[in-house]
Design a protein around this ligand. Structure first.
Ligand code: FES
Length: 177
């Protein structure tokens, strides 16, 4: 090959296969930008939607029974709560066992056994105790656990207004901690 021929070959543009440097940079930077954008936008969307997803019933009270009906002997009362959970709305029925303690103070117990969650009943064995039919847990009239269950029965928050009893959220038994 002559010297002249060699120079012509050297100045011929190099043909590349695939993407150019410019394309490569724009894809890479564009992808990184989209990724960072998603990282900023998703938390904002979550922040906006979160309040809708949260339960709104915390702290609400439901009118259940006239206070004059409550005695020392526990009685079972059923009541409905209105629950909004995101877009799911329901009105589940709850049960409370309401009676007076030795000081005459009214209180409402949850019927959910603290062993594995079965439903307790009052005086089913004629021993003036709450009894769970599943594995034999026993509780006193104030909800103190006697056998099997590891904790006392929970209580509903209770308030009296205009001679009516209103029940609120469930909380740990206030008599035995
Ligand atoms: S669930 Fe009540 S004793 Fe087991």
């Amino acid at each position: 090959m002559s010297n002249h021929e060699h120079q012509e070959t050297a100045h011929r543009p190099v043909k590349r296969n695939g993407m150019s440097r410019r394309q490569f940079l724009s894809y890479t930077l564009g992808g990184a930008g989209a990724f960072m954008g998603a990282g900023m936008i998703l938390p904002m969307v979550r922040f906006a939607v979160d309040p809708i997803l949260q339960k709104k019933e915390t702290g609400t009270f439901v009118k259940v029974v006239e206070a004059s009906k409550i005695t020392n002997e526990p009685q079972e009362f059923k009541f409905k709560i209105h629950q909004v959970d995101g877009w799911y709305i329901s009105d589940p029925e709850l049960t409370a066992w309401i009676s007076k303690d030795s000081q005459g103070k009214m209180f409402a117990l949850s019927p959910v056994c603290k062993h594995l969650g079965c439903t307790i009943g009052w005086n089913t064995e004629k021993n003036n105790q709450y009894v769970c039919p599943c594995h034999g847990a026993h509780y006193t009239q104030e909800g103190k656990n006697l056998v099997v269950a590891p904790k006392p029965l929970d209580e509903y928050e209770l308030k009296v207004e205009n001679e009516w009893i209103y029940l609120g959220p469930v909380m740990p038994n206030t008599r035995f901690k």
